[in-house]
Design a protein around this ligand. Structure first.
Ligand code: FMN
Length: 392
């Protein structure tokens, strides 16, 4: 069965959807009026109540349907060439379909499937970047054991992408002041991005650079966050990778920015995530670069580094060790004013772990998985972490 989640409501009729998916056993759910919040990365669905999301809204109905489906289609509007936040938000909530254990799969580090593989497709409205959306379907489907069903425009006459505007360049060289945005939906206290930012900022401070921080998880402060972005020249957005791209919450915030920047401005990004291989981040990096020009900024590069998932679950000392290298990158950014240098590129590490390294790292993965069990037990979890609550 193919489950189709229609975020457009009356914006598209079910006949149009069915016509684009001929011969497929299809069940359409209209999510337009459903109450669906953003994933906030609380990890309860992995570590406290395995397979059950802590957010009690209409998404639980969707997860239960997914357990009986083998294909999932998202019907979505587009912004910045990608899914809009309503479409992306649906995918960010998919975590209960996986469990926290990590393993090697076809040469890549992946989470285990909680139930079964799901194939993923997108039906999109408006100016989507089809190649990017197709790539995103492939990558997202691979994470959940399936294959891509493709990215299909609802209207073939739609433009391929939003209009691109070249950003007005700022003067190159060191930054005097930096506005830093934490793009994570997780509350600041528990956010890995926050710990990374503070280490990075140590490097900035050593070089005499002033900085101020805003957290998108703090929705009540979005007005002042936007004001800070619009009134400063240099902006750094630090964000965790969420289902192969930007978190839905950050997309929602970005959609509130004016579509044209009047004064020159530079956007740079610090992108990190759970998996360790650089390749994991390349689609999101591509999106961030294209986003920058669509917002009318010049691009200050993206610093990419994986392996951040364990920051939260590690003890104080190990945590400090994990974030320490970012201080050096803070000093580098202070000196260069961007992440476009070869040193910043080297910070990522390998694009994919070679075979021998994967073999050597296998006992380490087992150890990490045991540590997840311990962490969960301390959190009061009483079920196995690979539990299948909706199959009972
Ligand atoms: C909904 C969700 C989706 C995620 N998707 C990915 C992903 O596609 N690839 C990855 O490497 N890490 C992924 N992660 C892991 C986060 O990027 C990682 O845990 C990060 O350290 C979280 O930072 P934060 O605590 O500041 O939110 C995901 C986490 C969540 C909650």
């Amino acid at each position: 069965m193919n489950l189709v989640l229609n975020t457009l409501g009356a914006g598209v009729d079910s006949e149009t959807i069915r016509a684009l998916l001929p011969g497929k056993d299809v069940e359409i759910i209209d999510t337009f009026d459903m109450k669906i919040a953003h994933c906030v990365g609380c990890n309860q669905c992995w570590l406290r109540t395995p397979g059950i999301c802590a957010i009690k809204d209409d998404y639980e109905t969707i997860v239960k349907k997914m357990v009986g489906a083998d294909g999932l289609w998202i019907v979505s509007g587009t912004r910045f060439g990608f899914l809009d936040y309503k479409g992306k938000r649906l995918m960010d909530r998919i975590l209960p379909m996986l469990n926290i254990y990590i393993k090697w799969c076809d040469g890549w580090m992946r989470h285990e499937l909680r139930y079964h593989a799901l194939n993923i497709g997108v039906l999109y409205q408006g100016a989507g970047d089809r190649a990017m959306l197709e790539d995103w379907c492939k990558r997202t489907a691979a994470n959940i054991g399936g294959h891509s069903l493709g990215a299909i425009p609802l209207d073939e006459s739609s433009p391929q992408t939003d209009g691109r505007k070249a950003g007005k360049p700022i003067l190159p060289g060191p930054a005097g002041h930096l506005v830093i945005i934490n793009g994570s939906p997780r509350v600041q206290k528990f956010s890995n991005t926050d710990k990374i930012i503070h280490s990075f900022a140590k490097g900035l401070e050593e070089a005499g650079i002033a900085w101020e921080l805003y957290n998108l998880a703090d929705r009540g402060k979005w007005d002042s966050t936007r004001e800070a972005i619009l009134s400063h020249e240099r902006i750094l957005i630090a964000l965790p990778l969420y289902v192969e791209c930007v978190p839905g919450l950050m997309l929602e915030f970005l959609e509130t920015l004016p579509s044209e920047r009047k004064a020159p401005g530079q956007l740079a990004f610090l992108l990190h995530g759970g998996m360790s291989e650089g390749n994991e981040f390349r689609l999101c990096e591509r999106f961030l670069q294209s986003l920058t020009s669509q917002l009318g900024y010049s691009y200050g590069g993206t610093l990419v580094r994986g392996g951040s998932f364990l920051i939260r679950t590690s003890k104080e000392e190990a945590r400090a060790r994990m974030v320490a290298p970012y201080a050096k990158m803070g000093r580098l950014f202070a000196k260069k004013g961007d992440f476009l240098s070869p040193e910043a590129a080297r910070f990522t590490g390998p694009e994919q772990f070679p075979w021998l390294m994967r073999k050597i790292a296998s006992p380490f993965l087992k150890k990490v998985n045991r540590e997840f069990d311990e962490f969960a037990a301390n959190w009061g979890c009483t079920r196995p972490l690979n539990d299948k609550p909706y199959l009972k």
